[in-house]
Design a protein. Structure first.
Length: 993
DNA sequence: CCCACTGTTATTTTT
DNA sequence: TAACAGTGGG
């Protein structure tokens, strides 16, 4: 079978390390990728490579990501590179959604009912709560839930540890276990799986029926540092037949420890598969050098951290800002003023789309939303409350769940009295208990009662019974009947949308909302949400018809259940937060500022990033128990920024009685490295920004023309030292009265221009609440659609150069190189740390040996001979000659996309392709002078040479760096990447057998 | 037993 | 500031 047209173009935007990662023939490949190093890009390219070059069928590839957004993003980008809609055949999604897919198809082999439902967080909470109440358990329901979840998430790793942990946690253990048991029992009887169970059951399935995945050729895992124990198991099980696994991750960006993510999975993988090809991506294509420097200052406070390198490829840029403000609302106002200032000073180069405000917790958004609203700046909030968690949507979903599965007691219990039917808490509890004891579902109890077959023990007054029967049982039965009728052989299926519409009509839902939310604004908004929900359903149905997604390839000899109905799939989709892509084409062109939680911002980038509330208690969150993880969180936030980074901190806590905030301990030690106020945005500064972003700065005159009268060109509307300026009685007010205090402070602060000024109140309503719609939330990724393909011309250029150089390098190397993709004997792995056990945690002695980067294996692990790469790529000559001058503004060349239209250059996602190293020498000098961390560090103690630090640089024969423009990624050769690596990571505790 | 009202409290991050 | 528990009137 000849492989389909090899798509070598995919290699073009890649630097050397990336290319090696993409084309590695090793069975297991571990890619260590710092922020902005083109991680997603690389993984995407590898998928394409494996399919187009290695001839693997898309349906035999599993790509698992950690978040929904990452999955969507990945799919979109793979789709673009792969073409023909082949990305739809990939088994691609979050771990949870992939697991669900397998369970839906094969679940019955392990005794799972055809139509299991998914218990979301709310369900789980309610169930546990009821159990605790019923059994009089003294445990805290939330804690119990967390405990159970942890237990499930541990996976096979649990065995070794559990003994010790159990000993330490004797208190309440008994009760916890009881709770666990009861909880599982409840889930089972109501035919539900919770999030963790999806994984647990899938592990069970694949252990017992390995043939389910017998077709799987290769498995790729994104954000590997965030996988937990059970996901590790799952990964191996997915790959159990060929054991070809590619992982991408960055320990510094591990921010999901609270969800039992195990950074140690990285080492575990390497230990288990010693042949793993370790590759690290070190060039950062995202941020200015000073942003990287400071981020590094922060992250390196973690002594236990595994040190990696991050090589800036951009110029210095302006120093990040750390601003102290008086209060949270002053902070918000200041952010607004800075946004305005920067955008105006950029002429038209920057828009609201280029700005993100990243928060530790969603709740911090309030002041900011208010200020943005006042200033008339459009924004969208990402993360935080989910669309489907809004009460009105939740209710509808619960109705749908009950329609689908009448025995879902928990959902039924929630809608029993919505709209109001005169049934109170007592009755509901009574019914639930009755159902439990009589092993009937609540639905059955009610049905029988109303039909008169069996009288419920719970007292139900006659009128209530009528309402129940007429308003709940009958309508739902009607709808259910229509589903049954219509899915007959000839009928068009009863549409999901039609179903919801009928439901709305039968419940008189709009009236219900009007009654339940008397405020007209409020209920109108909620009704709008309902409409949006409808739109979402419509979208879902359309998508479903169009793509084969969700189906697994047929496996011979193994019966599969095909989920053909819309309803169950829609429900699963809702539970797994896999919000459908609402529109996105054409509409929503208005640029908006993004407010996001830091967690939700992972993997994204913006030219301008604000990180407010960097005070102790917020960024190491009071309730967080892993300070290092909080630090990493800050690191993630900071490294989202491309050219301007602002941290800020209100001096006094907003809600408390004038409590003073302490600057975050992560920031405090390096606070002097920040500027105290926003940079002067004069021409040179703006040019630097333009250069980093590869955009064109409008001419000076046109910028100045756009500046309104009396506009402040400096960041001087707020005192740099709020200490001096505060003498308001603000903190004397009781906390109910904070409004007074705020108004007072507003009056005092210098006025902003534009719609900001003026007395408030009255306008406040509009943006107060529910500004986030599902549509907005789900179009969050839309900017990515505007990405240029995988490369621009500069990248082409670099790639060609690189290809030539690499080709020559490889030739030389090949001779004395063993023809495997194993690490050469002179190299040690990141595993060196693990193997060197011993408490003193010292490093292996052997001196670092550079490793040629491109071993060309004679025998591929895939058993397919890679084709020789074509010597040249076709590229338009006029484009290929494009050069970047050191002093000149960079104009990013327009790359015609497939449709022949020129794409916008803004990219929300980290896809910036490598740029040719042009001004690098000049920049380099700056570097070494200004960067204490960097090159001038005294030679480190002997370090283990890391395979993971493939020595791109030294692989390059001397002389190639010189006259020739260095291809990207063949960076500054005087850094030995190894030098930075002296870090015993914690897993020294992990001893080898 | 239900419902409306009032005072209290606790506030992460996501599948 | 929102969700929640407790209280008093139907």
């Amino acid at each position: 079978m000849p492989p389909p047209t090899p798509n070598h173009a995919i290699l073009n935007g890649l630097n050397d390390a990336q290319r090696r990662a993409v084309t590695s023939d090793a069975a297991t490949v571990a890619i260590l990728a710092g922020p902005g190093s083109g991680k997603t890009h690389t993984l995407t390219a590898r998928v394409v490579w494996l399919i187009d070059h290695m001839g693997i069928r898309p349906e035999d590839v599993i790509v698992a990501t950690f978040t929904v957004k990452a999955a969507r993003e990945m799919k979109e980008r793979i789709g673009k590179a792969l073409g023909n809609g082949r990305e739809n055949k990939l088994i691609l999604g979050t771990f949870h959604s992939v697991a669900r897919r397998y369970l839906a198809a094969y679940g019955r082999h392990i005794g799972l009912s055809q139509k299991f439902g998914i218990a979301d967080a709310g369900d789980s909470r309610a169930i546990i709560k009821r159990i605790c109440e019923r059994l009089q358990l003294a445990v805290d329901p939330a804690g119990a839930l967390a405990w159970i979840s942890k237990k499930k998430a541990k996976g096979s790793e649990a065995a070794s540890k559990s003994a010790r942990q159990q000993a330490s946690k004797v208190a309440g253990l008994q009760e916890l276990e009881t709770c666990y048991r009861e909880y599982q029992k409840h889930l089972e009887t109501s035919n539900l799986l919770d999030y963790d169970d999806l994984l647990v059951s899938c592990v069970d399935l694949l252990r017992r029926f390995p043939s389910c995945v017998s077709n799987i050729q290769t498995v790729l895992i994104d954000e590997y540092q965030d996988t937990n124990g059970i996901q590790y198991d799952l990964m191996k099980l997915f790959a159990q037949h060929r054991l070809r696994i590619t992982t991408v991750g960055d320990p510094d960006q591990s921010i999901y420890g609270w969800r039992s993510a195990e950074i140690r999975n990285l080492w575990k993988l390497l230990r288990e598969f010693p042949e793993t090809d370790e590759i690290s991506l070190e060039e950062n294509y995202r941020s200015s050098q000073s942003i990287l420097d400071l981020s590094l200052q922060v992250i390196k406070q973690d002594q236990k951290r595994y040190k990696k390198i991050l090589k800036p490829t951009h110029n210095k840029g302006s120093r990040p800002v750390l601003r102290q403000l008086k209060s949270a609302s002053a902070e918000a106002d200041w952010i607004v003023s800075e946004i305005k200032r920067v955008l105006i000073m950029s002429g038209t180069m920057l828009t609201h789309n280029d700005v993100a405000i990243l928060l530790r917790s969603a709740a911090l958004s309030r002041h900011i939303e208010t200020s943005l609203g006042k200033a008339g700046i459009p924004y969208r909030m990402v993360g935080g409350k989910k669309f489907y968690e809004r009460p009105e949507i939740r209710t509808l979903v619960d109705y749908l769940r009950v329609i689908h599965q009448p025995e879902t007691n928990d959902a039924l219990a929630r809608i029993l009295n919505v709209p109001g039917r005169g049934i109170g808490d007592g009755t509901i509890k009574g019914l639930l208990n009755e159902a439990e004891t009589s092993s009937l579902s609540v639905w059955a109890v009610l049905s029988k009662h109303c039909r008169g077959d069996r009288t419920a023990k719970t007292k139900i007054p006659k009128p209530t019974e009528q309402r129940l029967s007429g308003g709940l049982l009958r309508p739902l039965n009607d709808i259910r009947r229509q589903i049954g009728e219509a899915s007959g052989p000839n009928g068009t299926p009863f549409g999901l949308v039609e179903m919801i519409n009928q439901l709305l009509a039968k419940l008189d839902f709009q009236k219900h909302l009007q009654k339940a939310y008397p405020d007209p604004e409020d209920h109108a908004q909620r009704w709008a949400n309902v409409q949006e929900f409808l739109g979402l359903a419509a979208e879902f149905v359309r998508d479903m018809d169009r793509s084969e997604e969700d189906f697994l390839p047929e496996i011979e000899g193994l019966a599969q259940t095909r989920e053909v109905e819309a309803l169950p799939r829609f429900l699963a989709n809702v539970s797994l937060a896999a919000d459908a892509q609402t529109k996105g084409d054409g509409e929503e062109t208005q640029p908006v500022v993004t407010i996001s939680t830091i967690h939700a911002a992972k993997g994204l980038e913006w030219p301008i990033v604000f990180v407010p509330a960097v005070y102790d208690g917020s960024i190491p969150h009071t309730r967080a128990d892993d300070g290092d993880e909080e630090r990493r969180l800050l690191y993630v936030a900071m490294t989202r920024a491309q050219s301007l980074l602002y941290l800020s901190c209100p001096l006094f806590s907003a809600n408390g009685n004038g409590e003073r905030n302490k600057l975050s301990p992560f920031v405090d030690p390096v606070k002097d490295s920040f500027m105290k106020k926003g940079p002067c945005l004069d021409r040179p500064v703006m040019s630097e920004i333009a250069r980093i972003l590869r955009r064109k700065l409008p001419p000076e005159e046109s910028i100045y023309k756009g500046i309104p009268a009396m506009f402040s060109l400096e960041d001087n509307l707020f005192p740099v030292d709020p200490e001096e300026a505060k003498q308001e009685p603000k903190h004397g007010f009781g906390r109910g009265d904070s409004r007074l205090g705020e108004d007072a402070s507003r009056a005092k602060r210098p006025r902003l221009h534009g719609p900001t000024a003026g007395p408030d109140n009255g306008e406040e309503v509009a943006w107060k609440q529910y500004t986030t719609t599902m549509e907005q939330a789900s179009t969050f990724t839309v900017a990515a659609a505007a990405l240029p393909g995988f490369m621009n011309v500069g990248a082409h250029q670099a790639a060609i150069t690189a290809a030539n150089v690499a080709a020559q390098a490889t030739q030389k190397v090949e001779k004395n190189k063993p023809a495997t993709n194993k690490r050469p004997p002179d190299q040690k792995s990141i595993m060196g740390f693990v193997r060197t056990k011993s408490g003193s945690a010292r490093l292996p002695e052997s001196p670092p040996q550079p490793k040629p980067n491109n071993p060309a294996p004679a025998r591929s692990a895939f058993g397919i001979q890679p084709q020789a790469a074509p010597a040249q790529q076709a590229i338009a000559p006029d484009l290929a000659g494009h050069k970047l001058g050191a002093g000149k503004l960079m104009t990013r060349p327009s790359v015609p996309s497939e449709e022949g239209m020129v794409r916008k250059q803004y990219a929300c996602f980290s896809s910036s392709p490598p740029r040719p190293a042009a001004a690098e020498d000049a920049q380099h000098e700056e570097n070494s002078a200004a960067d204490p961390e960097d090159d001038n560090e005294p030679p480190p103690e002997p370090t283990r040479p890391a395979a993971c630090l493939h020595l791109t640089t030294s692989a390059l024969p001397k002389g190639f760096g010189g006259g020739l423009r260095r291809p990207l990624g063949l960076g500054r050769e005087n850094i030995t990447p190894i030098q930075r690596l002296r870090k015993p990571f914690k897993p020294l505790t992990m001893s080898r057998p």
